[in-house]
Design a protein around this ligand. Structure first.
Ligand SMILES: Nc1nc2c(ncn2[C@@H]2O[C@H](COP(=O)(O)OP(=O)(O)OP(=O)(O)O)[C@@H](O)[C@H]2O)c(=O)[nH]1
Ligand SMILES: [Mg+2]
Length: 427
């Protein structure tokens, strides 16, 4: 194994994929891995050859694109594995709501959306299966706007273009006003045809108004009000901020035919518009005995603070833990302090102890260290349970139960607010 330095938090995106059963989440992870070059050939859900293999459990696939590590957390769409979805939401900084163009949204997905909205978690919607005969992208977008969009923030940023024989031919990007043409078998970026100009103006009107309403860029507002040319770059920058703040929820379109349709456009949304861990609220932390500690900062050089998000047993009976590092750097083969809220003995005294970290995998690649903001899989740690805090032996820490989608229902022990509370300044 080669030594790996932790990746800078600014170059990480943690994204969970949620949505109805069969919406195309696992296939989408595969398509994104293919588009980044992590895969050379797409696996198939039917053949059981996809990267995120487990049908009924949360799984992690990490890809790298344009210098950014994207940790994709694929969740199962079954209602009876809600805990897996919640674990995914807890570990991620943004959510992709995956909805197929022939099936639409279900009630469970709308409920999850509302929970994310309550804590302003950044969200985007991916309308999949645009290539299917029964696909109706426009109707699906409208359905999402009704079922998910009570804040008016659900807005298409891309529209599919069809050829004369009704096949998917390209994507119109409403921000850049460019066409991504997939009709020739490879993706080519080009200017729109003159006859498209009016159609584009109509389609982007609502998006423009929403971006202008939320922007702090006075020059942009000036150009808009003056009816002048709006620079695509400042428009894109304002959109990025509105998405990262959870105000605009962009809708993009994908399909498996033509191969990779919409994948690069979605990667761009994830890397440009979704927040890095630096922009996400950090959980409140105490010493193991509940006494106050200085708030965490998302830095690889900070005190080690890691949450166990999910555990499972591997084929050899060993324990595999999916972990999110909030602060510091977790090293393979290190000895860590383990603390948890469910580990009190009958006298109410906390039983904390030390355990040994085995291998670390930034799925699917073994790494020697995982830095602040990152998510990975860790072996060893035979007795940890979901919600445990891993920290250094020198500075033992305990994460407060979190108040956010996927957070535990238990009230915080010391009465201080959780991850999304305003208590980050309190020590
Ligand atoms: N034609 C077409 N089929 C697709 C597309 N995306 C997914 N599918 C198919 O839809 C089915 C469901 O896809 P999955 O990726 O397993 O969906 P999922 O959301 O992961 O499903 P669960 O994990 O069970 O909730 C599979 O048969 C896929 O091959 C697409 O863009 N176009
Ligand atoms: Mg799946």
């Amino acid at each position: 194994m080669t030594m790996t330095a932790p990746i800078e938090p600014a170059r990480i995106r943690n994204v969970v994929l949620v949505g109805p059963r069969d919406a195309g989440k696992t296939t989408l992870v595969e398509q994104l891995a293919l588009a980044t070059g992590a895969l050379t050939r797409s696996g198939s859900v039917e053949e059981g050859t996809t990267l995120s293999e487990t049908e009924d459990a949360l799984s992690l696939v990490s890809v790298e694109w344009q210098g950014v590590r994207i940790n994709l957390l694929d969740t199962p769409g079954e209602a009876d594995v809600e805990s897996e979805v919640r674990a995914g939401l807890r570990a991620a900084d943004a959510a992709l709501f995956v909805v197929s163009a022939d099936e639409g949204v279900d009630a469970a997905t709308a409920m999850l959306w509302d929970e994310c909205a309550a804590v302003s978690m950044p969200r985007a919607i991916v309308v999949t299966k645009a290539d299917r005969d029964r696909a109706d992208v426009e109707a699906t977008v409208e359905e999402c706007q009704l079922a998910l969009g009570s804040d008016g923030g659900v807005l298409p940023v891309q529209l599919p273009l069809l050829s004369d024989d009704e096949q998917l031919a390209g994507i119109l990007d409403l921000v850049s006003q460019r066409i991504l043409d997939y009709s020739g078998g490879v993706r080519v970026e080009r200017e729109p045809d003159p006859q498209h100009v009016d159609f584009i103006a109509d389609a982007r009107a609502a998006l423009l108004v929403a971006i202008i309403a939320g922007t702090e860029d006075d020059t942009l507002v000036g150009s808009f009000l003056g009816g002048g040319e709006i620079p695509a770059e400042s428009l894109a920058a304002s959109l990025d901020r509105a998405v990262a703040r959870g105000q605009i929820h962009p809708v993009v379109v994908t399909a498996t035919t033509p191969l990779g349709f919409g994948s690069l456009e979605l990667l761009q949304v994830i890397t440009r518009e979704f927040p890095s861990p630096l922009e996400s609220p950090l959980p409140v932390v105490t010493a193991s005995d509940g006494s106050p500690r200085v708030p965490l900062t998302c830095e690889p050089t900070g005190p080690l603070c890691v949450e166990v998000v999910r555990t499972s047993d591997d084929a050899d009976g060993g324990r595999v833990s999916l972990v999110r590092v909030y602060s510091g750097t977790l090293h393979a083969d290190a000895t860590v302090h383990v603390a948890g809220h469910d580990r009190r003995d009958q006298a109410g005294v906390e039983r904390t102890r030390e355990e040994h970290v085995g291998r670390i995998v930034s799925a699917p690649t073994p790494v020697t260290a995982l830095g602040a903001g990152d998510i990975g899989l860790v072996t060893g740690l035979p007795h940890v349970v979901v919600g445990d805090t891993l920290s250094s032996r020198e500075l033992p820490l305990l994460l407060e139960p979190q108040v956010r989608p996927g957070g535990t229902a238990k009230p915080p022990l010391s009465g201080s607010p959780g991850r999304d509370g305003q208590g980050l300044d309190a020590t």
